[in-house]
Design a protein around this ligand. Structure first.
Ligand code: PMM
Length: 271
């Protein structure tokens, strides 16, 4: 899944793709590099970010989704709003990527139930302005698993077939670096929920901390090699998907992991 942030303030690429033509060009490049999905988002969720007005979010994503879908690119929409999800699927999106797992907008799950699109439910505890305060766990793997299980049950109760749901541990969302590493180490525990897993590690702060240089964390765009390393390891363990800013190197990593560990690939996909 290639990331296309049509935002002014995303942490690693804010403002780069805010113009429709620049966004479409980048989406086509991600597709050409081998992305199976291009994930179009109009609202930054970086720590501390303020919310974007729904009309602005629609204005940002709809033309980009329409043009990319029209060009034959499979598009997902990264949104917490039912209204945006419905309009995006109307414009051609095939998957709704909801970082709140249905918690931010009570209309989201019933709306998705009526759409012809799959649904990513990410682990989330609250909006970006307060998520740092929510990063408290006794056993992060068990608690994230239980909370994702609740979101899956809520989706099914709203009428979304479980087969349409993909789960995501939500690295960096109400999580410290130590929480992120624990979740990555124990993805098999999350796979026991019986749904495919998506992981978004690309350029995140915990990689900057891991690779810290003397004057501070490694800058976001210098974290891509570490992201490829994570993709290689997760692909060898059978992850369904990774969400990434740079696609080509991840595609190559997946090819290598699949070739070298054919027995283990799909090992986490509990179908
Ligand atoms: N991370 C971000 C945004 N959307 N969606 C999913 N499913 N999983 C993630 O980890 C995730 C996401 C924040 O990263 P960005 O600002 O680089 O897009």
């Amino acid at each position: 899944m290639g990331i296309l942030n049509v935002t002014t303030d995303s942490f690693s690429d804010g403002g780069e793709f805010i113009a429709v033509d620049a966004a479409v060009r980048h989406g086509l490049a991600l597709h050409a590099d081998g992305a199976d999905l291009v994930d179009v988002g109009g609202e930054s969720t970086r720590p501390g970010a303020a919310r974007v007005d729904p009309h602005a979010e629609l204005d940002r994503v709809l033309p980009v989704i329409g043009q990319l879908s029209g060009a034959g690119v499979a598009v997902s929409v990264d949104t917490m709003r039912a209204e945006v999800a419905v309009a995006a699927v109307g414009a051609g999106a095939v998957l709704v990527n909801d970082v709140s797992g249905g918690l931010a907008d009570p209309d989201m799950l019933p709306a998705v139930a009526g759409l012809d699109a799959d649904y990513v439910a990410m682990h989330w505890r609250g909006h970006s302005d307060r998520m740092a305060d929510l990063a408290h766990y006794t056993d992060v793997v068990a608690e994230v698993r239980a909370e994702l299980s609740d979101r899956l049950a809520a989706a099914v109760a709203a009428g979304i077939d479980a087969d349409r749901v993909i789960l995501d541990p939500g690295l960096g969302f109400a999580k410290t670096a130590a929480h992120n590493w624990a979740l990555l180490q124990h993805l098999d525990d999350l796979a026991t929920l019986g749904r495919p897993l998506l992981v978004g590690a690309s350029r995140k702060r915990f990689l900057g901390e891991l690779l810290a240089v003397p004057d501070g964390p490694r800058p976001p765009k210098e974290r891509d090699d570490a992201g490829v390393a994570i993709t290689t390891l997760l692909a060898a363990r059978g992850i369904w998907g990774v969400r990434t800013h740079t696609v080509r190197a991840h595609r190559d990593a997946i090819a290598v992991a699949t070739r070298l560990t054919p027995g283990r690939v799909a090992g986490m996909e509990v179908e």
